[in-house]
Design a protein around this ligand. Sequence first.
Ligand code: BES
Ligand code: MN
Ligand code: ZN
Length: 492
Amino acid sequence: MTLNFSQTLDPSDSSNSPCVIVGVFTDGGLSPAAARIDSASSGAIKRLLDSSDITAKAGSSALLFALPGIKSERVLIVGLGDKAKFNAAAFNKASLEAGRALKSLPVASAASWLTELDVPGHDSAWKLRTAALAADMHAYRYTATLKPKDKAKAPQLESIAFFGEKDDRALAEAAAMAKGVRFARELGNLPPNICTPEYIAKQASEFADAKKGVSCEVLEREEMEKLGMGSLLGVAKGSVNTPRLVVLRWNGGGEAKPYALVGKGVTFDSGGISLKPGPAMEEMKFDMCGAAGMLGTFVSAVELDLPLNLVCVVAAVENMPDGNSYRPSDVLTSMSGQTIEVLNTDAEGRLILCDALTYVQKFEPQVIIDAATLTGACVVALGKHASGLMTEDEELASELLAAGNHTLDRAWRLPLWDDYQSALDSAFADFTNLGGKYGGAITAGCFLSRFTTGYRWAHLDIAGTAWNEGRKGLATGRPVPLLTQYLIDRCA
Ligand code: BES
Ligand code: MN
Ligand code: ZN
């Protein structure tokens, strides 16, 4: 369950909420709500700032308890940084800090006045959505495999009210995106002995069963064999967790051609016979985050009842070394008929996506978008802040980049020029699954492009953005905000 979001116009100083959240700037400037609380409490906030006990640096916060003259027991002061530089990024940073601070408080609800702040170029719906997603990002906690005593440590926060005129559409969009993000994060975080291809298929079909207007079809190995998906099945050979191709459909747009979402769902990527080195191999449970992101986007879109048609295809496979594994130098025949020389069994994502991309064409989509944790090279190129966007369609590129900028779930474009294609040349098949030494994110994109000829298609490499690395790193739910916004914009 996500947080419950609402809107309020009650003044901050007389709020009944157990915790009110207000912002302060580094030049000593108070937000209107902070100023009200300050005067109602005979200058408590100003005195605190003057004392330098707290700074107003963006991303900082301080909790004041039982201020005289203030109804609310707690006032959470959030630093906003320099007033002259206050922008969308600073607003998001402050909202995230509020969420972080809230999760350790013994409160079930809170009221945030951050949304009254002016954010240049952004309206109140944007502020609500951004602040709500930031709060929910921190309110989520992974508990599925924890002991009951550890489960109990989950944040108590259940609902949060934001200052602003009631706007049902904005609230619905915030709630739907939060729901999609949580769906993606939970699937991503589950361990690979639970989150198998079968499990992903079950989650999708349970969602379809619960939602009117959603249908789900799950293809198993035999059906994929009949369809000639030799590339996807090649990857699947080494695992006892048999593959699934999950197909979800939403018909909200009458006779219009659907938007197709295709996700890489490698539930664990050991590398296969081209085994990965040990360090951080456990992070390869997140190699299904493309699938999780597409399912999460689908959930958001359905939740919003978007008036368009959608088909979501998830290729769910485990990549393992085994006596039955595919191997380097195997030649696979993809569903498209094109043959592929396997030069590295760790370049498996493209091998399962290519058959999913061919399969989805039977729905005559107007646009195909895939998301995949496809290459470490993309993380080297862009770091962990931007997803890599590859497409030859200028309009699609600008629409996706705009949706990413708007939601702060940003992507950055990499070229798909023909110059890179020859890196895939093979003497034994139509091409190989391995590019050269350089431009690995792009050559992976080039590989996929060979399966989408004639379609408006874009590829998102989310290898750097889908999860936070390290022992405590969790799935982020990206690119659900970007793609949900893209779909919302198509309905405008
Ligand atoms: N799932 C990985 C990509 C990956 C690696 C994502 C590290 C995030 C962090 C993918 O299947 C893979 O192994 N890619 C190889 C491709 C190479 C063999 C051409 C890579 O990036 O090293
Ligand atoms: Mn791999
Ligand atoms: Zn992989």
